[in-house]
Write a protein that binds this ligand. Structure first.
Ligand code: MOS
Length: 776
């Protein structure tokens, strides 16, 4: 076992901020004119009218269509790939595999193609085996069917609970354990448990969840000489640029990655996939643009998932609600490769509530299944499923209200990071108090005390809280804002708008500083060829990273504008302000000049403001906090579950846009309901190892009918002025962390049984009720 006292965390694809030199920081905003308002999206028309061009919509002249042949077996070695027939089929222009001779265009990459891209050792169903490019998508798919592959099919292990069995097939030579078991420890749990009045322990499990974004993964690749352009549905154009560059051995400057619209990623599009490189190679070989869009089935297998988790938690509490000890053991699997199968699984146990004695162990295992990727708050919803249900059980055991138990244990500092650094702000208390208030927690809880409802349909209420390890953002980021001679404004930033409203929020920041209408800010974004560097949009850090950068760029522009205007007006630049297209003296408002009539600007034609993201405060932690409350109805005859209402109270610092903030919260609840109630990757672990519910019918994600119409967002709208110059923290991920355990706790309140494994399907609930009747 290895000790892990230092608390650096690592999630593939999420950039951990580093600390560059400090710079002059502007004052926090006071009253805001635009920021904070419920503004519809600046690109709403494009999105709803179908005029927005997503990578899947892109059609280039002479464009070919790529398709990928994937291993149908969870574990096999490819000994031959026969492509002659496929290559001769109508419309087929290129075939690639590890066994197909390379041509002049692909020869420099022959080794990479043979050994890495089409690694003959397929360790999961869905690993790539061959690819084709053809004149139509149908011809490409037909050609795939004509490729014959000789597989040596190997025994597999598809259940991580059996991965360490003596007779389990090895996924890798080294065995099925990814690294040594990771141990975190503080205080002394034996002492802690000895001090407790009540000690409980329980097993929990969460199933593997698939991202299934509405928009399929895909790209279009096009070469101009030695330069490659890729239009990719991605959360981070710069990630794709560097990963494709590394794969093909190209300089970064020769790869341009563009993403103007994308329809969901949730972490599965933080990084490049093999298909992007395949598209580039097919394009190179055919000297034509190639579009490669995965099928829905492929997205279930090969582009990530939220890993399954097996958890055991033991907790000690005093009668007054003081937590004395937490002991956690967790295992999981990121699939066939090292992919963070237990990433952050124990973080909430370590850090969410005051507790002096904590010990956690996590063990990441290999199985023959598709590799995991970060998924909306990696590790946290799983950990919350265990911890928040345990707190509920502890509260019941000591006859304390669940909200009161949490209020008793709120930390002002991060206990799990060395040196106990304080949080810049922690709104956990306010989330609990304001959320409970808005929900009518006390009244609902007592009115619905177990058994109080009549008949076989029972109601209950439950709650859970949480924090997100990230959400503070940080450098690096560079943004440019341009003011043209006619007074119009252009915003240039590298970040993707992954559907969360990033463009809208950034336009609002420009509008706030420059006095223009957000709709009039022309935006260029997410294009490595024309915009500035930004890290991938993810980790709930897009707003806290980019908004202060945009503000810095706008302020830099304003400073230059005031210098020009100051000269013109004979006023010190520090005594000027912007007001409706005019620069006005703060001393004498009659001294003013319209921007469009400023000779200095007319001469220069434009002013360019450049902004950089300043570092976060040293020695402090910026995290968002949350508490959610819900009411459910359980049919005790059928096990059917209805979620009737949700109240979500969130401390994510300043609310930048009330609408997009609320969208994140409602989306997070919806996804959390899917995680807790309906979603589950089902692998045929005994017979074939294959996934048996690879479609939107058998893999159930919640629809509008499965989530409550009655959802209320309660923002704790308190700017975190220490965190950054906009006071905003992230909201995307925290919004989905407490949802599932809140539902589980409500089920327990309604009918007395505890659903310790996801998803809480009718079959599972009705079984638990039957068991309880037998047992009781
Ligand atoms: Mo998120 S899991 O960083 O898209």
């Amino acid at each position: 076992m290895t000790r892990d006292p230092d608390t650096r965390y690592y999630v593939e694809g999420i950039d951990v901020p580093e600390t560059p030199p400090p710079s002059g920081e502007p004052e926090p905003w006071g009253e805001t004119r635009v920021v904070g308002k419920p503004l519809p999206r600046v690109d709403a028309y494009e999105r709803v009218s179908g005029t927005a061009v997503y990578p899947a919509d892109l059609k280039l002249p002479r464009m070919l269509y790529g398709a990928i042949l994937r291993s149908p077996h969870p574990h096999a070695v490819v000994s031959a790939v026969h492509t002659t027939e496929a290559a001769g089929m109508p419309g087929v222009r290129a075939v690639l595999s590890g066994f197909t001779p390379t041509d002049r265009a692909t020869q420099p990459h022959a080794d990479y193609i043979r050994r890495s891209l089409f690694n003959p050792h397929c360790r999961f169903q869905g690993e790539v085996v061959a690819a084709v490019a053809a004149e139509s998508p149908y011809q490409a798919r037909d050609a795939l069917r004509a490729i014959r592959v000789d597989y040596e099919v190997l025994p597999f292990v598809a259940d991580e609970r059996r991965a360490l069995d003596a007779d389990a097939p090895k996924v890798h030579e080294s065995g099925n354990q990814v690294t040594d078991t990771q141990v975190y420890e503080r205080g002394d749990i034996a002492t802690g448990f000895a001090e407790a009045d009540v000690v409980l322990e329980q097993d929990y499990r969460t199933e593997c969840e698939i991202h299934t974004p509405m928009e399929l993964h895909g790209c279009v690749a096009k070469w101009d000489g030695d330069s490659l352009t890729v239009w990719e549905s991605t959360q981070g154009v710069y990630n794709v640029q560097s990963q494709v560059a590394a794969a093909l051995g190209l300089p970064l400057s020769r790869i341009r990655v563009v993403n103007h619209y994308m329809g969901g990623g949730f972490g599965s599009k933080l990084r490049a996939s093999k298909y992007t490189t395949i598209a580039a190679l097919l394009a190179k070989q055919t000297a034509r643009p190639v579009k490669l869009t995965l099928t829905r089935e492929e997205t279930y297998l090969a582009v990530g998932n939220r890993p399954p988790s097996n958890m055991w938690l033991k907790a000690g509490v005093k009668r007054d609600g003081t937590l004395t000890a937490l002991e956690f053991k967790g295992s999981g699997s990121g699939g066939a490769y090292r992919a963070g199968g237990t990433s952050l699984l124990d973080w909430l146990v370590r850090d969410c509530y005051l507790c002096p004695n904590v010990r956690t162990e996590t063990t990441d295992l290999y199985i023959n299944a598709g590799p995991a990727r970060p998924m909306r708050a990696p590790g946290h919803p799983q950990g919350a499923w265990a911890l928040e249900q345990m707190l509920d059980a502890l509260a019941e055991a000591i006859e304390l209200d669940p909200v009161a138990l949490r209020l008793k244990n709120i930390p002002a500092y991060s206990q799990a990071r060395g040196g106990n650094p304080p949080y810049t702000t922690t709104g956990l208390r306010q989330c609990l108090e304001d959320g409970a208030q808005a929900f009518g927690w006390r009244e609902s809880r007592s009115a619905m005390a177990r058994g109080a409802t009549d008949g076989h349909v029972r109601r209950g209420v439950g709650m859970a809280s949480g924090l997100w390890i990230g959400g503070g953002g940080g450098p690096p980021s560079t943004v440019i804002v341009k003011l043209f001679a006619d007074g119009s404004v252009n915003l240039n930033m590298g970040a993707s708008d992954i559907g969360t409203g990033t463009k809208t929020v950034m336009a609002m920041v420009v509008a706030e500083e420059l006095g223009v209408d957000p709709d009039d800010v022309q935006i260029e974004h997410a294009d490595t060829g024309t915009t500035q560097f930004a890290t991938a949009s993810g980790g709930s850090k897009t707003v806290p990273t980019e908004a202060p950068t945009v503000r810095a760029a706008a302020l830099d522009l304003k400073r230059q504008l005031f210098e020009l205007a100051g000269e013109e007006l004979g006023v010190d630049p520090s005594q000027l302000r912007l007001e409706a297209g005019r620069v006005v003296s703060t001393v004498d408002p009659s001294t003013a000049v319209e921007i469009t009539r400023l000779p200095g600007l007319a001469r220069r034609r434009s002013i360019t403001g450049v902004g950089y993201r300043a570092p976060n405060p040293e020695g402090k932690v910026v995290n968002p906090f949350a508490a959610q409350f819900c009411e459910v109805e359980v049919n005790t005859l059928t096990g059917e579950l209805k979620v009737l209402r949700f109240v979500a109270a969130h401390d994510s610092g300043r609310v930048m846009n009330r609408l997009t903030y609320q969208n994140q919260v409602f989306g997070g609840i919806t996804m959390g309901i899917g995680f807790g109630m309906t979603e589950e990757r089902v692998l045929d672990v005994d017979q074939t190892g294959k996934m048996v519910n690879i479609n939107w019918h058998d893999y159930k994600i919640p629809t509008a009918l499965d989530v409550p119409a009655d959802m209320t967002c309660v923002p704790i709208d308190r700017p975190d002025d220490e965190a950054n110059t906009t006071g905003a923290k992230g909201i995307g991920e925290p919004a989905t962390i407490p949802t599932a355990p809140a539902v589980a706790n409500a089920i327990t309140h309604a009918v007395g049984v505890r659903v310790t494994g996801t998803p809480a399907t009718p079959a599972r609930v009705v079984q638990l009720l039957a068991d309880a009747r037998k047992g009781g």
